[in-house]
Design a protein around this ligand. Sequence first.
Ligand code: PEP
Length: 251
Amino acid sequence: MKRKPLIAGNWKMHLTIDEAVSLAQEIAKSSQGLEDKEVMIAPAATALAAVADAVKGSPVIVAGQNASWEQQGAYTGEISPLMLKDAGAGMAIIGHSERRHIFGESNAMINQRILGALSCDVIPVLCVGETLDEREEGLTMNVLELQVCEGLEGVSSLQIEQVVIAYEPVWAIGTGKTASKEQAQEAHRFIRGVLGDLYEKRLAEQIRILYGGSVKPENVDDLMAMPDIDGALVGGAALQSDSFDRIIHFT
Ligand code: PEP
């Protein structure tokens, strides 16, 4: 089963609207003609609409960095999947480790966000990953299994075809420490196995699992060569057009 690689940039809480638009324009230019890969960028909410406008007509997909489980209402600070769509986003990162560990989002909350996004046809990227302590205590696979199972509770077989998973070991995010390609492959294979237990094997083979955690031009080729790694979720290196361009064009 051939899965189309997805290279996703998470811009986090960086860039003014003008800076975001000019980076988006450069990424749109370097993505022209890419047929064998998809490219996604997730700007801050303030820049979403302007960035979506800037990449119109290019293959670049714009994403939110989170999505509420409600479509509207008294939820100060939240952005609904309908609002994301209205601003031109087709995808949303959900359950990023910064949301889990800094803002205390639980698997149950993340699950509600996934269901909310799917109900509005916004494709969710469900992020999972263990902390350093969990890895050192030998709990990596238990943590991943729980995050995947609880995060996908109630997601139907039809809906799962849309979902993207990102394996992001917390100890590798923004630290410059990348999981080795073997460590990443082992986790991705394990996650695909969990998906195969939850859904049909055929579906599990279709779902894209991205690796995230200090992906850079220097390590992207090795990571992407692994059989169960179907793309990358990139933080720091997504903020410079030359490094993101090299990552998009991995070989
Ligand atoms: C991320 O924010 O999801 C991420 C992986 O960041 P970095 O590439 O900087 O480690």
